[in-house]
Design a protein around this ligand. Structure first.
Ligand SMILES: [Zn+2]
Ligand SMILES: [Zn+2]
Length: 464
């Protein structure tokens, strides 16, 4: 453990009996004395030592103060929020240990008056730096947008909307919408997007491409209000829906053989936009997509005018494990209705060639760390946590892959839930939970606290 970490001292757990031993004799005349606990304020203790023999008197405090607040109490609030912990659980943990600590109310007070403004301020600075840099480069931006409800189901209190710069892999804007502001929780996603786009356009950013999920209201709004932006649908969201339907089909009577094909069809969906250049006509994507129906019946050419034959080479009998499907069977008919559905006809030409999938998933898991869906937070608490998650993600996204001492890159095997037992190999990122952003925020919050002690509220507002 470092003696100082970002300019902050170490702290220790001290037992009361051990502490009082330090006050067992008078520093002036060395006769025996009794130290007495005079006051406990949160995690801070004040001890009074009074010598009956020579009249020596002293009052000793376990912590430095920032204004009227013991520094340790304030640091508990900072650490609690900036590490993404939950106040009620953390305080209960301290209580289990019988360790003196702050109350829930004190934490809420610190959060409201100092931590939240400090976080917003650090975030605004980072955002402004990004916008300046982008405007200087003169380049338009390619964005990915996604909404998140704060709780599962349809009774969410808050919805957040995140805009990501897909090229730089950075979260660049975040809007928090309360469901009572927009009337219902389903409208929150669109409202978040609208606010974010307005903010970015006011900042004079040019949005050349926007990738979102297949949300209908969002698509309509973008079509009507952003004529110069190409709107794409994130292939991941479409793949998720498609896979569900395919799995359901494979469970029907006489369709069990089909199960081997599900993975290939989903992979084919990913391949369609990634193999098609942007300027290609929309029919190309559609013909590529629908060619899968021929392919699984062992027909590999004559797909269409733009995409005539499959791009794979000769398929010898050994190369193939899966059985071809026979024309006219129930499974082929049902599959055709899935592949050639109205929804697919709409979605396929709009599929995004820029993949944002893995980044979005990583970002969502960071949010889940800071603001778990099972818990409810105040508006400021929620906003603080979302901004912390964004800053945390941005700082980590710049980090490279972790390596061993010998310089070998590190990987791990994971079993993602959506893969239902199959594994994926993942690069291990350089581990970093102790980031500079929270430290900036701690410094800012402490500064704010100092200012509050010495200035009026108007001065404070000006200084921030
Ligand atoms: Zn004495
Ligand atoms: Zn083929």
């Amino acid at each position: 453990m470092k003696k100082r970490q970002n300019g902050r001292e170490r702290k220790f757990i001290v037992y009361e009996s051990h502490l009082l031993r330090l006050f067992a004799s008078c520093p002036s005349c060395t006769s025996p004395t009794l130290g007495e606990v005079q006051q406990v304020k949160g995690s801070c203790v004040t001890i009074l030592q009074d010598c009956g023999l020579c009249g020596f008197k002293t009052s000793w405090c376990s912590q430095p103060f920032v204004g009227a607040i013991p520094a340790g109490n304030f640091e508990i609030s900072c650490a609690l929020l900036f590490s993404g912990s939950l106040p009620s659980k953390t305080i209960r943990m301290f209580n289990f240990m019988n360790l003196a600590t702050i109350s829930y109310r004190t934490f809420m007070y610190h959060q409201q008056c100092y931590l939240h403004p400090a976080i917003v301020d650090v975030w605004k600075n980072q955002q402004a730096a990004y916008i300046r840099e982008t405007l200087d480069s003169g380049q338009p931006v390619q964005l990915g947008g996604d909404g998140r409800a704060d709780s599962p189901g349809h009774c969410a209190k808050f919805g957040s909307y995140t805009m990501m710069d897909l090229m730089k892999n950075l979260v660049i804007d975040l809007q928090l919408v309360q469901s009572n502001e927009v009337g219902s929780s389903c409208l929150m996603e669109k409202e978040g997007l609208v606010r974010s786009v307005h903010f970015l356009e006011q900042s004079r950013l040019v949005i050349s491409q926007l990738v979102t999920d297949r949300h209908l209201q969002v698509a309509k709004w973008v079509r009507e209000n952003m004529p110069n932006t190409v709107h794409n649908i994130d292939v991941w969201h479409v793949a998720k829906g498609l896979k569900k339907k395919l799995v359901a089909l494979s469970k029907e009577k006489d369709c069990q053989d089909f199960v081997d094909w599900i993975k290939s069809i989903v992979n084919h969906l990913y391949w369609v936009p990634s193999s098609t250049p942007e300027d290609e006509e929309d029919e190309m994507k559609w013909e590529k997509w629908s060619s899968i129906l021929n392919h699984i019946q062992n027909v590999h050419d004559g797909h269409g005018d733009h995409f005539q034959r499959c791009e794979h080479g000769d398929l010898g009998p050994d190369a193939r494990q899966k059985r071809w499907l026979r024309p006219g069977t129930k499974v082929v008919e049902k599959l055709e209705s899935i592949i050639d559905s109205r929804q697919m006809r709409k979605d396929i030409p709009k599929l995004s060639p820029t993949v944002q999938t893995s980044n979005l998933e990583a970002y969502h898991s960071v949010i889940n760390h800071f603001a778990p869906k099972m818990n409810s937070f105040s508006y400021k608490g929620m906003q603080s946590r979302l901004l912390l998650a964004a800053m945390h993600y941005n700082e980590n996204s710049a980090k490279g892959q972790a390596a061993t001492k010998d310089g070998n890159l590190q990987y791990r095997i994971v079993f993602p839930k959506q893969k239902k037992g199959e594994f994926t190999v993942q690069k291990i990122k350089q581990a970093n939970w102790f980031l500079t952003t929270p430290c900036h925020a701690v410094k800012k919050a402490t500064l704010l606290l100092r200012l509050c002690v010495t200035s009026t509220s108007t001065q404070r507002r000006m200084l921030l």
